[in-house]
Design a protein around this ligand. Structure first.
Ligand SMILES: Cc1ncc(COP(=O)(O)O)c(C=O)c1O
Length: 365
């Protein structure tokens, strides 16, 4: 089976994890935790980075840090993995679903303003499958209406918007190090911000608001959370980060080769890269149009029969039981993309022959 997207472990992972075990620093404090935060913020060029136990916790923490809660509305796409939407509910706020762009699959800035009410506090663009949303337009709307922007960059580590790393353009950005992501720590996440006050606040909230008093007792001035990442996993992350440039290069080369082999296939729409963007192509994604001989679901089935793991696009969240009664705009593009979209194998270690084999199945139908 050619898997959809598996981790690439080729560096100092064993060495650094062994170091944690040898020194007994395996838990939630330790030098690798600090090192991972430092090296990550240097890589994305953000002022602050706060490591968390997963990407969902980073998004939850972002909302808590900005004080978003009961009675507030947050505008979010429906074409996304469910995490960002769930975190809006975790803090008691209400998601309001907006449609996405057909070519980039991400939040359509032109569909946001109609959904803004006096309750709106934030916009949460999700750079799905790697392509960045049009951040200038989103930031302009946010500033005009006094809203925060939380970037869900969990799928877009290594992507850039006008030369700036995704996740560092809004007020807060969040990343994931789940096993299928560009770099992994098994499970993990990171919150980044250029606002030092928010960075400190996020760290404080994520570590149980713990204050160590003069006599070494713990004092907690407010309710906090344990979103910490263990040193063991941070050590793994430091090693992964050492190879990140190679991983991004490999993903982009995968995409280039797919594009070359699929460009003349009738009924297949290739993923785009807007002039403003550098797409990390986290998951190489195509659309199976109506004039392709079989439909998307049949292609998923056919691929599976031939030993290729694929995934249909995210099922729209606004139709799911916990969210079907929430407000949303027109969802034509979201619904269409769900019907037509498919992610193809995209691992860093994917071989050229694998791509040739996959494209041959698509070309032959
Ligand atoms: C768009 C998106 N947001 C958030 C997450 C949550 O990250 P995690 O699984 O690390 O909690 C994921 C993926 O896993 C994701 O794809």
């Amino acid at each position: 089976m050619i898997p959809l997207c598996v981790p690439e472990i080729r560096g100092n992972e064993w060495k650094y994890v062994k170091d944690c075990i040898d020194t007994n620093w395996v838990s939630s404090v330790g030098s690798y935790v600090n090192l991972f935060e430092e090296k990550f913020s240097k890589f994305v060029k953000s002022e602050c980075a706060v490591v968390t136990m997963n990407g969902t916790a980073a998004l939850h923490l972002a909302l808590l840090t900005l004080g978003i809660g009961e009675g507030d509305e947050v505008i979010v796409p429906s074409l996304t993995f469910i995490s960002p939407v769930n975190t809006i509910r975790y803090v008691g706020a209400t998601p309001v679903f907006a449609d996405v762009c057909r070519d980039t699959f991400v939040l359509d800035a032109d569909k946001i303003e109609d959904l803004i009410t006096e309750k709106t506090r934030a916009i949460m663009p999700v750079h799905i499958y790697g392509h960045p949303a049009d951040m200038d337009k989103i930031m302009e709307i946010a500033r005009k209406h006094n809203l925060y922007v939380i970037e869900d960059a969990t799928e877009a580590l290594g992507s850039e918007y006008k030369g700036q790393m995704t996740g560092t353009i809004g007020d807060i950005g969040c990343f994931s190090f789940n096993g299928n992501k560009l770099i992994t720590t098994g499970a993990g996440g990171m919150l980044v911000t250029n606002n030092k006050e928010w960075g400190e606040r996020a760290k404080f909230l994520s570590t149980q608001t713990k204050v160590v008093t003069e006599n070494k007792a713990f004092y907690h001035p407010e309710i906090g959370y344990n979103f910490r990442m263990p040193n063991l996993l941070a050590a793994f992350g430091v090693a992964q980060l050492e190879n990140i440039e190679e991983y991004i290069k490999a993903k982009r080369e995968n995409a280039e080769y797919y594009n070359k082999l699929l460009k003349n296939v009738k009924g297949i729409t290739l993923p785009c890269e807007k002039p403003y963007a550098k797409n990390c192509f986290w998951l190489y994604s195509i659309l199976v149009e109506d004039d392709y001989e079989i439909n998307r679901d049949d292609l998923v089935k056919k691929m599976s029969e031939k030993g290729v793991e694929t995934r249909p696009f995210f099922m729209p969240i606004h139709n799911m039981p916990p969210y079907k009664d929430f407000k949303h705009g027109n969802m034509n593009v979201t619904d269409e993309l769900y019907r037509k979209g498919i992610n193809l194998p995209s691992s860093v270690g994917l071989k050229k022959e694998d791509i040739e084999y996959i494209c041959e199945i698509i070309c032959r139908r």
